[in-house]
Design a protein around this ligand. Structure first.
Ligand code: ADP
Length: 897
């Protein structure tokens, strides 16, 4: 029986808990038997015999029923009942029982769990203390022991308790060693399994590759032969399927290599131009076959030779580009490469693959890099794929010490950005990289004219006459009408009267340099070329220069000496499509259409955007390139876009008929679309919203911005033209190359310095929009009160009330708002209104002039969304207070009149 019991104890197939329960209960029973054998009192003998039987039965029953916790509890209860009796009957502390209390603690901590263990531990502690306390204060309750008995009991108990505890520890030790052995064994088995798996994968890939090779090779022979269209079609399908199979095998092999830590990164020197040629040559054809535009933008300052794992970089980029083509139905795929010097011989390269395809749902983005995980399965059912590509891509990028990130807007497209640091082998810059130039290099072809544009007008500005002549000659085959200017002043004379489709501008010129001239063209009063793209011509192609040109607002940049093909490609990419006729040979390579030949994307580095409720004059928005995301007006007739679909006056007359209309902030998806569009024009976007507690706009924009890495959303704390004021400020900062953080910091500071106060004639609209309570409305109507609405802490509140008829009230309001003349920044004032007649507006202007004349006063009609909230005959005086925190508007040059 003991052997059987021992077998069970050491059988690791039985749960550890059950084995421990058996062991400790067995030990406790042995202890009791010893007490029984060596005991002195008949009463005790009986109790002990009953207890041992009870313990045995409980242990058996609970093991059979699988309720060890309950069995252990029942035994602990018995021990707790038993020990006080044995304690008092066995001589108290002058006996052997105290040691058994220790055993009880051990029993509880080993067999019980969680709260139950704590409770019994506590009970045992209390019980021990009570026994000791009672024995001390009422010694008569303790059956006395002789000195001899006391010594005998104590030594017996110490030996027994010590022996049994040692058995317990020995067993635990044994268990630990056993488990350790099992773990080591399992680890070994896993390693062996992995090795076998790798061996299987590599031999499988080899075995499958061999027949595929034959299939591909022989298929190629069929394709070369004189075959019918149907056979050719079949052969091409075989070719496609074989290639797909090869890709799949390679992916599985790579994945298993990465998993087993056998994927080695082999850094070699490679030519960047060669690498891109190979990649682009593979992809652009695929893109064209699918009717997609393929764009290439490679930073010319990229060193021509780098040190990196050329094979893996290529693999990563091809994978991303293939996906971009695969998941895009229409639009374009853009591959761009940027670089930044990290140290004298090290460069950080960003590879960006952007598409206008179906995008990835936000909730799926975290999973797309998981192996065998394809997201949006229903939609991708017909697209071939295994869900392995991106998992491999990410692991490869990480192995190369780089980073990969994704920005995607569902239904709008995705951008995958890979960052890798590499050593520079050859400092020489790659220069302007074009697919076509590569093809020509390879094939040794002669240059052929790529397009004609006889109706296009081009201006070349250079202080060197020879340069002017060279550029004119290089472009002569295109039949473009070319004018030349020898300096900035001459250029400005020409742009005053003639519209050009493109301007080529030398940078270094005496008196007015290219950058100054560009700014002068853009802000030339009455000039005809304010929005014309200007390409910088420079003899210095350093990467710093390139940044400067970009920031200064050039649309492109060409390094001298300029080859005819590059010049044509650059001009072609800029000219309006309707003026251009692309020649046949060129269209074979799709110069300029498929391949945007040089790095300068037309994206500005920083763009400030806002909501349509900003109530800024059109001229301001144009001048600063401020785009607005339209609010909506919900009416009984449906939903309309603010201003573009419903004008404020139409809205007010609609409301005058007693019908309801409410403004509604753009939804998260609207903002997502809006941001995605803006990011095609700018690298960074700062979106300034209406006060965050006035509607859902701020929250929705913030949510949408989470899908992008470079969109910052800021709460202006204001609305209407006072929101417009902070937007203007931000746009001005953006023009002066401020960062997103600087702009949002300033907008937040500005909240305190902008005065927003609107006086409301008719409280109906405010009440319906929920901005005024019904009670306040009744009070206003009854007492001819007109609330002045102000914005505090991004909330709309009633600042004060003006009493009397509205015309009378106007005067009081204007006087009150403009009373602190000393504190007002008098540069700009917006009088923003809804449904006011000319007479009233004139009157307001006169009052303003009388109380506090401003340098510029803009009468601004409120957007329909604002008008729907404040109702007819409402207006506000919106201006900035003087402050040192930010620069004054006086520093903003050329505000439109
Ligand atoms: P697959 O073989 O399915 O293309 P990947 O690992 O390459 O596997 O991509 C995983 C999933 O990520 C794809 O199933 C697809 O849903 C999504 N995905 C990858 N690239 C894009 C992209 N450019 N546009 C949209 N979805 C993409």
């Amino acid at each position: 029986m003991i052997k059987k019991w021992l077998d069970i104890i050491f059988d690791h197939r039985i749960s550890l808990r059950e084995r421990m329960f058996r062991l400790i209960t067995g030990i406790s029973m042995v202890a009791l038997i010893f007490i029984l054998i060596l005991g002195r009192f008949t009463a005790n003998i009986l109790i002990l015999a009953v207890s041992i039987t009870y313990m045995y039965l409980v242990m058996k029953y609970s093991i059979r029923k699988g309720c060890i916790n309950e069995g252990a509890t029942a035994i602990v209860v018995l021990l707790l009942l038993l020990f006080p009796i044995v304690f008092f009957a066995g001589g108290g502390i002058y006996g052997g029982v105290p040691e058994w209390f220790v055993l009880c603690f051990i029993y509880i901590s080993i067999t019980l769990k969680g709260k139950r263990m704590l409770v019994f531990f506590l009970l045992c502690t209390v019980e021990t203390m009570v026994c000791y306390y009672v024995a001390y204060h009422s010694p008569e309750l303790v059956l006395p022991n002789t000195m001899e008995q006391a010594y005998f009991d104590s030594v017996r108990s110490v030996i027994l308790a010590g022996g049994l505890t040692s058995v317990l520890l020995l067993f635990q030790n044994h268990l630990y060693e056993e488990e350790n052995k099992i773990t080591i064994q399992q680890k070994k088995e896993i390693e062996e399994l992995n090795q076998a798996e790798n061996h299987f994968f590599s031999s499988m890939s080899h075995e499958i590759r061999t027949p595929i090779n034959t299939i591909i090779g022989l298929n190629e022979m069929i394709l070369r032969g004189d075959i019918s269209d149907e056979t050719a079609e079949n052969a091409r399908n075989i070719q496609g399927a074989s290639k797909m199979l090869l890709t799949l095998i390679n992916d599985i092999l790579d994945l298993s290599k990465i998993k087993s830590g056998k994927m080695e990164i082999v850094n070699v020197s490679y030519e960047t131009g060669e690498l891109f040629s190979e990649i682009v040559n593979m992809i652009w054809i695929k893109a064209r076959e699918k009717g997609l535009e393929f764009r290439l933008q490679v930073d010319p300052s990229l060193p021509s030779m780098l040190c990196g794992d050329e094979v893996r970089i290529k693999q990563v980029l091809i994978n991303l580009l293939n996906n971009a083509v695969k998941y895009t139905k229409e639009g374009s795929v853009t591959f761009s490469v940027r670089c930044e010097r990290l140290a004298i011989n090290r460069v950080r390269v960003w590879y960006c693959v952007e598409d206008t395809g179906q995008g990835v749902k936000k909730e799926n983005i975290p999973y797309i890099f998981d192996a065998f995980r394809r997201v949006d399965e229903a939609k991708n059912r017909h697209i071939e794929g295994t869900g392995l590509g991106l998992s491999i891509v990410r692991q490869l990028v990480e192995l190369m010490g780089g980073k990969i990130s994704v920005n995607s807007v569902y239904m709008n497209g995705s951008t995958f950005l890979v960052m890798l640091d590499q050593d520079i082998i050859n400092e020489k810059e790659l220069g302007t990289f074009t697919l076509t130039s590569r093809i020509k290099v390879h094939e040794g072809e002669q240059y052929k004219q790529s397009f004609e544009a006889p109706n296009a007008h081009l201006l070349v500005v250079d202080d060197n006459e020879m340069n002017l002549m060279v550029v004119s000659k290089l472009l002569s085959d295109t039949k473009i009408q070319i004018d030349t200017a020898l300096n900035g002043a001459e250029c400005l004379r020409l742009t005053q009267y003639q519209h050009y489709d493109c301007i080529l501008m030398d940078h270094l010129m005496p008196e007015m340099d290219g950058i100054e001239c560009l700014h002068a063209i853009h802000s030339q009063p009455g000039g005809l070329c304010q929005n014309v793209p200007v390409i910088a011509l420079t003899a210095n192609a350093g990467s710093d220069n390139q940044q400067i040109y970009k920031r200064k607002g050039f649309s492109g940049y060409l390094a001298k000496p300029i080859s005819g093909a590059l010049l044509e490609a650059a001009v072609l990419s800029i000219l309006p499509k309707e003026l251009v006729k692309v020649s046949e040979e060129a269209s074979q390579f799709e110069i300029g259409k498929d391949v945007l030949i040089f790095e300068q994307s037309k994206r500005v580095s920083m763009m400030v955007t806002t909501d349509s409720v900003c109530d800024l004059p059109e001229s301001f928005r144009k001048k600063f390139g401020i785009h607005v995301c339209p609010y909506y007006i919900r009416t009984e007739q449906g939903r309309f876009q603010d201003n573009s679909e419903l004008l404020a006056d139409e809205m007010l007359s609609y409301m005058a008929e007693g019908k309801k209309g409410f403004s509604q902030a753009p939804e998260v998806e609207d903002y997502e679309r809006f941001f995605a569009q803006r990011l095609t024009e700018a690298q960074n976007v700062v979106h300034i919203t209406m006060a965050k507690h006035v509607g859902e706009g701020y929250r929705n924009a913030l949510e949408a911005a989470k899908s992008f890495e470079n969109v910052t959303v800021v709460d202006s704390g204001h609305l209407s033209s006072s929101l417009g004021l902070s937007v203007l400020y931000a746009a001005y900062m953006a023009e002066n190359h401020a960062s997103s953080e600087e702009i949002s910091g300033t907008v937040k500071k500005l909240r305190r310095y902008i005065s927003s106060a609107f006086i409301i004639n008719d409280t109906n609209a405010m009440c319906r929009a929920g901005h005024l309570s019904g009670r306040v409305k009744v009070l206003c109507d009854a007492l001819l009160l007109h609330p002045v609405i102000v914005l505090r802490k991004s909330r709309m509140t009633v600042g004060s009330m003006e009493m009397g008829n509205f015309n009378h009230v106007i005067k009081g309001y204007v006087r009150k708002v403009l009373r602190n003349t000393g504190k007002i920044d008098r540069r700009i004032l917006f009088i923003t209104y809804a449904g006011m007649d000319e007479k009233s507006l004139k009157y307001i202007q006169e009052l303003v002039h009388q109380y506090c004349p401003f340098e510029r006063v803009y009468l601004q009609k409120a957007s329909s969304a604002i008008a729907s909230n404040c109702g007819p005959s409402s207006f506000g005086l919106l201006f900035m207070k003087k402050n040192e925190a930010v620069i004054s508007f006086s520093d903003m040059p050329g505000l439109p009149k």
